[in-house]
Design a protein around this ligand. Structure first.
Ligand SMILES: *Cc1c(COP(=O)(O)O)cnc(C)c1O
Length: 412
């Protein structure tokens, strides 16, 4: 049996434990939802004050040049690059994940035009916005493009064939936490003449990713999840050097222009990753992304991944030891090679149990159908918190102190 003291002992030896103070978390909260909205870096408040008070307030429009606002999407992209196995000048932070996916898919489909391939392959279990964006693009193209929804990860390889233009996958599934083998699936897609577009929303900042080593074609991801950029912070898009010269998409706004202030009446894309940009960015929100990224420079993705697996292993073991009498069904793979950084358990009253947990300060979330989701963020989650969270879960289940008829908010 694992005891709370065992967990405290692990915290005492944890090289990442001192980084916790770099985040502001309220007292009395065990935050297990950093996979959905990362915690606030302590530095973000002063940074926001500086951007609003000094840069906007005093320097006004001059800040586009003097505070580096115009270059911010590229500068932040270069900070994300080492976290995802990208090179400098291959990533920009801009727009939303949904929009960036649209650009990446449009570029991939365009590259495949000469091949006559018109099928985008993805998973039925993919995050819905990814499916919707692919469906929106294929409807818009209107000349026989379709989106093929594959029912299970096991069926993916066989679903990729001579008609497949693009394989669009999310690295870690948002519900189950299942992790795909990016290198193997990309190689399989390439072997069948397809391109591979990866969504890193639930993996960037949680595990070591090697886009270059996997030879992926395009990638997108969120900054407001494990990268702690703030609610609705702009997303990122990766276009490797080998695809930059022929990267074209329909959202050709002036920020992707070679000379935006020439105010020319015709679009001419800038060389390099800048052509993934569209229009003016939300600078206040964008500036705060840097606060989260600075913290990653104090650790390494290998160390973060290793603590992430230790935290999720511990959580699964404790739930199975202490809540064994209850109908909890693990939806997350036990195999490390197939696990992201969140763990999901099904329970017939999953929504109500999660509401009871949140009322007692253990903040996870709920995803249909009946799944309670617990995200583990190595930079600020301790082993003792995992123990305490499971103890509260056990108490709620043992005493049935949840309201099975709890009303639902707009966001679950
Ligand atoms: C969180 C998430 C998104 C969010 O997209 P937005 O455009 O930022 O709303 C998209 N895809 C996946 C896989 C996600 O996990």
């Amino acid at each position: 049996m694992i005891t709370r003291n065992d967990c405290l002992a692990r915290d005492a030896l944890d090289p990442m434990a001192p980084l916790r103070v770099l985040f502001d978390l309220p007292d009395g909260v065990i935050y297990l939802d950093g996979n959905s909205l990362g915690a606030r870096p302590a530095s973000a408040l002063a940074r926001a004050q500086h951007v609003i008070g000094e840069q906007w307030g005093k320097d006004l429009i001059r800040s586009w040049n003097t505070a580096g606002w115009f270059d911010l999407p590229r500068r932040l992209g270069d900070r994300i690059a080492p976290l995802i196995g990208a090179r400098a000048a291959e990533v920009v932070v801009t727009d939303t994940t949904s929009l960036n996916l649209f650009k990446a898919l449009a570029a991939a489909v365009h590259l495949q035009r000469p091949s006559g391939r018109r099928v985008i392959v993805t998973e039925r279990e993919n995050f819905p916005t990814d499916i919707y964006m692919a469906q929106g693009l294929s409807r818009w193209l209107d000349d026989g493009y379709t989106v093929k929804l594959v029912d299970s990860p096991e069926q993916l390889p066989a679903a990729i064939d001579a008609d497949t233009a693009v394989v669009m996958l999310t690295h870690v599934n948002y519900r189950s936490g299942r992790l795909h083998d990016m290198a193997a699936l990309t190689a399989h897609a390439h072997a069948h003449g397809a391109l591979a577009v990866w969504d890193l929303a639930h993996s960037a900042g949680a595990l070591d990713i090697d886009l270059t080593g996997a030879n992926a074609d395009f990638a997108v991801g969120c900054t407001y999840k494990y990268l702690n950029g703030g609610p609705g912070a702009p997303a990122f898009i990766w276009v490797p050097q080998r695809h930059q010269a022929h990267f074209t998409h329909p959202l050709t706004g002036w920020w992707g222009h070679a000379a935006p202030f020439a105010m020319a009446p015709h679009f001419a894309p800038v060389d390099g990753i800048g052509r993934a940009l569209c229009g003016t960015q939300p600078i206040v929100s964008l500036a705060l992304v840097e606060c989260g990224l600075e913290i990653f420079e104090q650790s390494s993705m290998a160390a973060i991944r290793s603590k992430s697996l230790a935290l999720t292993d511990l959580f699964i073991a404790l739930v199975e030891q202490r809540c064994a009498a209850h109908p909890l069904a693990l939806a997350t793979p036990r195999d490390h090679a197939q696990r992201g950084s969140h763990v999901s358990f099904g329970h017939p009253h999953g929504y109500a149990v999660m509401q009871a947990l949140i009322a007692r300060g253990v903040i996870g979330d709920y995803r249909e159908p009946a799944l309670m989701r617990f995200g583990f963020t190595p930079l600020y989650t301790s082993y003792a918190e995992v123990w305490d969270a499971v103890e509260i879960l056990r108490d709620i289940l043992d005493h049935e102190t949840y309201d099975a008829a709890a009303a639902r908010g707009a966001v679950t």
